[in-house]
Each structure stands twice: as structure tokens, then as C-alpha cells.
Write a protein that binds this ligand. Structure first.
Ligand code: FEO
Ligand code: CA
Ligand code: CA
Ligand code: CA
Length: 605
């Protein structure tokens, strides 16, 4: 079953692709329908006030759905797929779009506006139920939760209590208020959520106050800048001022774990997974039952990492299993990836032309950085490796990639897939040259890489790899669609988040389409004769990025982040989703196939 129509599509991807467009709308394939599940300002906690764009308060926002939804994680609460806990990241705030025209002065925000920003960050947890006709509906439940920049986190793992993590408010270095810039993430096999703290540098002021050359270089390496911050938070809480709290920046840039099953649980920062601009984190169980976590550092010329635990995974989602498995992430080995091409270097000329063996491919190794308290990096302590992980990866000669975004293991074929979103600086003077794993200079459209760990074991320290896609307009010679007929694929640009359907087809959402159309969500088979057949499933409204994606048998979820981002309050480019003259509101959208007798059908069949 699954609707194979001739040889046109494989199961899970049988739909008519939508055409690229620049509409202020979500566009879905013919025969499909969609609806907003929850939007910025909608109630999450009991007693939340109704969203009032003209009179927003920090108190209201702390009980409402936050801004700029990114990762979406569904944890099933029954075996039939009717009830889920939905956890959503709120990556960042765009204050100039969050207040009525003329009321937000970026040079002089009010304290209340700043506090609204703190409350609009973090995550939301809500319970959702499936609607028989299709889609998901938020229901009030005891699981409803908001995590904000005021929520207390426990720091765990080998850098907990480190001298690099202590502040005047927390001399223990083990307790941090809040999480921020939570970009992508993953659902663990034990039913919790991992979430990556990504571009945390932008929230801090006055990095130039640090004059010690080693410390100053570390701040620079992570992008912390001189002078005031964009949001001016440092005026209202000194922890955002590096001149006053030089270690506060080190308390962000981690993978955090949230347990949506227990609304009273203290969320965790896992230092064993290293500190960098984590896009997300996804788990694969090793052959001997340990836990591997993959994570990319999303910046130009940054790295791909893997953590492998020492302890073994306990199957199940009981409170006991969740506690046990979460602890596994505190003790293990952190690795960084090195990719080696198998084609002669002169055949990789930066043009994107396939080498003579017909593939961008090769072998790779995982270079250990630290195991517990033991550093494998000359000149760095283990503590330094965890807190300044980029510096450690530099020292061991890992491969600098074209912005490693979401990385996820394929539950069907066992291989691991990484979106490399773009890197316009590749090949520029003084920057990294093209290599077989990052084969295009001035890479505007990105690519998708897959690897297979030796013996299919996530604990292996060697692997083989190849590129699945070199993205762009298929009419252009510098693109590659897994060997599939390029006249039969959708254009795709800037792959960002990835997920899989039950058949193992890869689904990719995009951020920053460099081809002039809106971003969207795409499916692509990764095995068999349809490998590389990219089909566009939906487009998001103008200015928006497509995030989150979740693909179940019955529903596709996509997080529409920053709709109308390129407009201004005086001159908005989007009024999605509410229409009229309303402000654009980041929202989660559910898509389903219209079925018979008022029941939804199967996605892609
Ligand atoms: Fe927040 Fe790397 O995208
Ligand atoms: Ca992202
Ligand atoms: Ca090759
Ligand atoms: Ca992105």
C-alpha cells in the first residue's frame, strides 16, 4: 500500500509538488488541507490572557506561546497516535515586529519590553490531540509548560561547577536561569526533548572589556562582540554585560534536555556534549546499547560532533528510564568529524562539477576530544574542551563544513543525514578552499551529506560518506540530485532541518532560499531508483523560514518562523496567518490529506 502510481513516486512521497512562489500564505499540495495549531501569543498556561498586540505584558507573555517557533517535537502518549505532547523551541525575538509601529525604540527599549523578550524565549509544551478530519488541536492539560529565560536549569556533566561557569549570582556554576536561541532539537528514545542553544553571542554586551588575550580570543571565537548588544538587555540585568559577569556567556551554547512528561522537572544543560552554536541534537543507539548524540555547529567553517555515552540505554519511557537515560548524556566521549574525499584533489575545483568517479564521497573519522575528565587535545584541559569546544576542534584538524545545521539518523536505513545550509565564503581568499565534502565555492544553496558508520554502529570511529544533494536550481550544472533525472525534481535551496517519514524518506525544510522564492518543505527518497527525487510539499509565507518539520502517517507539522521578517511595522510584508491589518505571527501549522467520509488520509499516499 502507499499509492505507488506507476513509477512516479515512492510510498510517502506520492503527491503533486507545489510550485515555488512568493505568496503570503502556506501552500500545500492539491488534496491537502492545513490549519494553524498554535501561534505566538496563544494561551499555554492556565490563566493566560488573550493575546493583545497593543497591550502586551511580560506577565501575559510568560503564559503564552513564545515567539519565533523553530524545532517541534512530538512525543506520543498512546500507541494509536491520537494524543501527543508537543514541545516547541522559541528561538529568538524580533522586537521591532513584536510591538505596534512607533512603540519600540531599539536604542531605548523599555524594561517591560525587555522582559517580554525574556518571556518570549525558551520553549513551550502543550498537549495536542488528533482531529478525525485532520490536523491537531491544543487541549488544556497538566503538561502545559512555558520555559523562559527565567526558568532554572541544572548544569550537569563534566563541566558542571567549572570555574568557567561560576558567576556572582551562581558561585556553584551549576544553576543557570534560562535557555535561549533554541534552534533545532530532537526527541530522545526515552521521550524527552533535546534542544540546541545556537547563536547565544548576540545577547551579550561589552566583550571588549575582557583584555586577557586567551579569554578575549575565546570570546571572539564564539562571536561575542564589543559594545552594546542589539536588544540592550544589559541595561536591565548585569548578567548580559560581559564586563560585569565574564562567565555568563559560558553558561549558554549547550544542548538542553526538557522532560515534557513531567511538568515539574528541572531542565538540564548537558556539558558533556560540548559548547558551540548547537543547531540541534539527535540520538542513535549504538550496537551495544549505548547512546550516541549527533550535533552540528551552525556557522560557516564549523564542525560536526558526536557524543557516545559510556553507560547503556534502558528501553522504555518510565520516569525511572528517563532519569537513567538522561544521566547517560553526562558521561562519555565527545568526538569531532574529519571528512576525507576519495577523488584526486585537482578534480575538486570548487565548481561543483562531479569528479570522475561520479560522486562526492569518501571516508571519515571521529577524532576524540575528551572523555569525562580526560582531555585528548594537547594543551587543553577536559574542562576547556567542553566549554571552548571550537578551540579543541581547531587543534585536532577537524573538517570545516558549510554551516552544519540539523543532523539526524535515518530510522530505516541507519545512515545519518546532515543539512549543510550554505557558505558564501567557501573558497574566498583567506578562507577555506573547496573540498570533496564541501565542493562548491561561494556555496549559496547548500548541500545534504549522508554517512554510514562502520558496521552501521553509531559507536564506530570511522565511516563512509557521500553527498545526497548539491542544492540549487536543477537547471544549473553545479547541482546534484542523488543521480536522479534533474528535469523531474523541485528546486531546493538552503537545507536546514531534516526528519524522516515511516518509509525512511528524508524531509527537508529550508531557511533562506537563494533562488528568489519562499522557503518550504521537501521530501526526497534516499534509496532505490527514486533516490534524489526532491519534491516540494509546501511553501511558507513570505519572509518566513520553514522549521521544525514532523512527518507522521497522518499529519505534517511545520513551524513557520519569522513571517514577514523583511518588512517593517510601518510597511509590513506579511499579515499571516490572521490576515487584514494584523501583525504577522510565527505559528505551528498542521497539514493533512483530505480523506473520505470526513477522515484524513495518509500523507504521501
Ligand atoms: Fe537557527 Fe542554524 O538555524
Ligand atoms: Ca535552523
Ligand atoms: Ca569521489
Ligand atoms: Ca538556519
Amino acid at each position: 500500500k502507499g499509492g505507488r502510481r506507476g513509477e512516479r513516486s515512492v510510498p510517502g512521497t506520492d503527491f503533486t509538488p507545489v510550485a515555488p512562489n512568493t505568496a503570503d500564505a502556506v501552500t500545500v499540495p492539491e488534496g491537502y488541507d492545513h490549519e494553524v495549531v498554535i501561534r505566538w501569543g496563544d494561551p499555554v498556561l492556565p490563566g493566560a490572557s488573550r493575546f493583545d498586540f497593543h497591550n502586551q505584558t511580560a506577565e501575559a507573555q510568560s503564559r503564552q506561546f513564545g515567539y519565533n517557533n523553530d524545532f517541534v517535537g512530538l512525543v506520543a502518549q498512546d500507541s494509536s497516535g491520537w494524543r501527543y505532547l508537543m514541545t516547541v523551541n522559541h528561538e529568538y525575538t524580533t522586537e521591532s515586529h513584536m510591538f505596534p509601529a512607533g512603540t519600540y525604540d531599539s536604542a531605548n527599549p523599555t524594561e517591560e519590553q525587555v522582559r517580554i523578550g525574556w518571556a518570549a524565549h525558551g520553549l513551550s509544551v502543550v498537549q495536542v490531540v488528533r482531529e478525525p478530519r485532520g490536523g491537531l488541536r491544543v487541549v488544556p492539560s497538566r503538561y502545559s509548560r512555558r520555559i523562559t529565560l527565567n526558568t532554572e536549569f541544572e548544569v550537569r556533566g563534566p563541566a558542571a561547577g567549572s570555574r568557567y561557569l561560576t558567576t556572582s549570582a551562581d558561585p556553584s556554576g551549576r544553576s543557570v536561569f534560562g535557555t535561549m536561541n533554541n534552534c533545532a532539537g530532537g526527541v530522545t528514545p526515552w521521550g524527552t526533548i533535546l534542544s540546541g542553544e545556537e547563536n547565544v553571542n548576540q545577547y551579550f554586551a561589552n566583550a571588549d572589556a575582557v583584555t586577557d588575550p586567551v579569554e578575549a580570543e575565546r570570546l571572539r571565537r564564539y562571536g561575542f562582540a564589543a559594545g552594546e548588544s542589539t536588544r540592550k538587555w544589559e541595561r536591565f540585568d548585569k548578567r548580559w554585560d560581559i564586563a560585569k559577569e565574564p562567565n555568563e556567556p559560558n553558561r549558554f551554547g549547550w544542548v538542553v534536555e526538557i522532560d515534557p512528561n513531567d511538568p515539574d522537572s528541572t531542565p538540564i544543560k548537558h556539558t558533556a556534549l560540548g559548547r558551540f552554536k548547537h543547531e540541534g541534537a539527535n540520538v542513535k543507539i549504538t550496537k551495544d546499547g549505548r547512546v550516541a548524540v549527533y550535533s552540528g555547529d551552525d556557522e560557516r567553517f564549523e564542525y560536526i560532533y558526536k557524543f557516545v555515552s559510556n553507560g547503556r540505554y534502558k528501553p522504555g519511557r518510565s520516569a525511572h528510564a528517563r532519569r537513567h537515560n538522561s544521566r547517560l548524556l553526562d558521561d562519555g566521549t565527545l568526538y569531532v568529524a574529519k571528512f576525507t574525499g576519495d577523488s584526486p584533489a585537482e578534480e575538486i575545483d570548487g565548481s561543483g562539477t562531479l569528479p570522475s568517479d561520479g560522486e562526492f564521497d569518501g571516508t571519515g573519522e571521529w577524532i576524540p576530544l575528551a572523555s569525562g575528565d580526560v582531555s585528548h587535545v594537547p594543551g587543553m584541559t577536559a574542562e576547556e574542551v567542553y566549554v571552548f569546544t571550537r578551540e579543541a576542534a581547531d587543534k585536532v584538524g577537524a573538517t570545516k563544513m558549510d554551516r552544519p545545521e540539523d543532523i539526524e539518523p535515518n530510522p530505516v536505513n541507519g545512515r545519518v543525514y546532515a543539512a549543510l545550509t550554505n557558505n558564501s565564503d567557501r573558497g574566498m581568499a583567506g578562507k577555506g578552499a573547496a573540498d570533496e565534502a564541501n565542493p562548491r565555492n561561494g556555496n549559496r544553496n547548500g548541500h545534504v551529506l549522508e554517512w554510514e558508520e562502520k558496521r552501521g554502529d553509531a559507536a564506530s570511529t570511522t565511516f563512509t560518506w557521500r553527498l545526497l544533494l548539491v542544492c540549487g536550481d536543477p537547471a544549473e550544472a553545479d547541482t546534484y540530485f542523488g543521480g536522479f533525472d534533474k528535469s523531474q525534481v523541485s528546486p531546493i535551496s538552503c537545507p536546514d532541518n531534516v526528519t524522516f517519514d515511516r518509509y525512511g524518506n528524508l524531509w527537508i525544510s529550508t531557511d533562506g532560499n537563494a533562488l528568489g522564492s519562499n522557503d518550504g518543505l521537501f521530501s526526497v527518497p534516499v534509496d532505490g531508483s527514486h533516490r534524489g527525487q526532491v519534491k516540494q510539499f509546501l511553501t511558507v509565507p513570505i519572509g518566513a523560514e520553514a522549521c521544525g518539520p514532523v512527518v507522521t502517517d497522518d499529519v505534517v507539522l511545520v513551524a513557520v518562523q519569522h513571517p514577514g521578517e523583511n518588512g517593517t511595522p510601518e510597511n509590513p510584508e506579511s499579515h499571516w496567518p490572521d490576515g487584514g491589518t494584523s501583525p504577522a505571527r510565527p505559528s505551528i501549522v498542521a497539514v493533512w490529506k483530505k480523506g473520505k467520509w470526513g477522515r484524513s488520509g495518509r500523507i504521501g499516499s
